[in-house]
Each structure stands twice: as structure tokens, then as C-alpha cells.
Design a protein around this ligand. Sequence first.
Ligand code: ATP
Ligand code: PLP
Ligand code: MG
Ligand code: NA
Ligand code: MG
Length: 269
Amino acid sequence: SSESGRVLSIQSHTVQGYVGNKSAVFPLQLLGFDVDPINSVQFSNHTGYPTWKGQVLDGEQLWSLIEGLEANNLLFYTHLLTVCDPVMGDEGKLYIKPELVPLYKDKVVPLASMLTPNQFEAELLTGCSIHSEADALEACKKLHGAGPSKVVITSLDINSDLLLIGSHLENEEDAPKQFLISMPKIPAYFTGTGDLMAALLLGWSYKYPNSLETAAELAVASLQAVLERTLLDYNAAKVQPEVKQLELRLIQSQEQIKHPIVEFHAKRF
Ligand code: ATP
Ligand code: PLP
Ligand code: MG
Ligand code: NA
Ligand code: MG
């Protein structure tokens, strides 16, 4: 592609391992984007380990970086990756203070062109619980109503497979185009996959702006290839996949990130 995007990515940094910016920047660069990371935290390692140490960037520090960019006319990004993935919580656990939920709902979500909540975040943002595909489709419609024209619920755990639900509101008159991608649940605990998914969705939907389905199929394909490679390497090292310290094998999967082979296809509702 000739027109390359420029992404400002505000996410966590880990010294060792791959979550947040560490799992988003390299894949986006592989897809041809210029990526400028701001590290919202700098931790030794991800939260799957027994302990982590480090620093959190406060609002003032974040703002001074933005001011520096602005002062030199450098704030000309095509994408901001952070609003895209709300990062509020997972599996029934809130990462943020509960009083911040309305702020996300009313101030953050309306700014996003694409929103990639997980099941729990979609429930928090819509106030509806999600127990079925129909519930998820309804939640997507509600989220469109709040602003974003593209919504992807990145993982739904309602049957034996793992589901991704996508919804694209192309214009206000028509119903959104909705689809699901079903993939087998791999019996292992990965960290950084949500962040990688958001980055891949951003990347592929810039290349396929009129087909969220194609973008999601390609993102899922890259991601599944990374997970396969990760498991393969850990199996070879005789590490049990149940442990929470697994690290995504991003560097080793770069060919599959650049050239994903779609295996799991989107099904239109
Ligand atoms: P968030 O980062 O917002 O919490 P999330 O909870 O949806 O996002 P994950 O549950 O890690 O993040 O899922 C993101 C994607 O990673 C899924 O769409 C799927 O493609 C892949 N994935 C993660 N874990 C597995 C797994 N155990 N088996 C198969 N695919 C997985
Ligand atoms: N650990 C840290 C320090 C993080 O910042 C994050 C997410 O940003 C995670 C773990 C979890 O990443 P994910 O939801 O992509 O699995
Ligand atoms: Mg998750
Ligand atoms: Na997500
Ligand atoms: Mg996450």
C-alpha cells in the first residue's frame, strides 16, 4: 500500500514480554504503519506473573508529551489506538475504578470510530448482560448508538467455541452488517491477545475500510497463527500451557502477521 497510516498508540509498556504497546507496535509496523508509542505505564512484566514493578504515567506527564508533539506540529495522526480498546476489565473483574465507568460511557466511547470491547466491557458499556449471540448483536447496536460505526466484541464465551462478533453501521438509515467468527478455544491462558487483536483490527480495517468482515478474518488469522506458534514453542520447552506467564511469540510469527491465511470465515447474520 502506498498511503501508510500513522498511529499514536497510548498503552502499557512491559520491559519483558508482550502486552499493551509491546504487543501492538511491532505488528502494526509489520503491516506498514508508522507507530508512535506513548507508554501509559512502564512495568517490569505483565500481570500474569506473581509480581510486577514499575511506574504509571500521570495525566500531566501524558499531556506534556502531547504538548511537545503539538508545539512541533507533529500531531498529525490517522489513528489513535487506545480509545479503540476500552480496557476496563475482563472476566467479571474491573481494572478501573467503578466511578470511571460513566466517563468511559459518555466521554470516551463517542470519540471512537471503532470499538473493540470484550464481553465484560460490552456489558458495562451497555448495561445489558450478554448470554447469547442475540444479546451480543443487540449490545453492538446500542454501542453504535453511542458513536462508533464499527464494533467488534473480541471474545464471547457462551458455548464451546470462542466467538468474535462484528457489527458495521455503514449508514444511519440501514441496519448494521453483523457477523460472527467462531474459533476453537485453545486450552491455554494468554496475555496480550486483546491488545494484539485491537492493533490487528485497526491495521486491517485501514486496508479494507468497507469490509469489517475481511478485516476481522485477517486479524483472527494472524492471531491464531501467533497462538499456535506460542503453544508449539512452549510445548517444545515442556512448559504447561495453563500457566499465566506465557508470552506471545510475536517476533517468531512475523510472516503470519504479514501474510495471514484465513481459516475461520465470517458468517453473516
Ligand atoms: P481485552 O484485551 O479487551 O480484555 P479480550 O478479553 O477479548 O480483550 P482475549 O480474550 O484475549 O481478549 O481475546 C482476543 C482474541 O484472542 C480472540 O478474538 C481470539 O482470537 C484470541 N484468543 C485469546 N485467547 C484464546 C484462546 N484461549 N483460544 C483461542 N483464541 C484465543
Ligand atoms: N498486563 C498489563 C501490564 C497490561 O497493561 C495489560 C493490558 O493492557 C495486560 C496485562 C492484559 O493484556 P490483554 O488484555 O491483551 O490480555
Ligand atoms: Mg481478555
Ligand atoms: Na478487547
Ligand atoms: Mg486487554
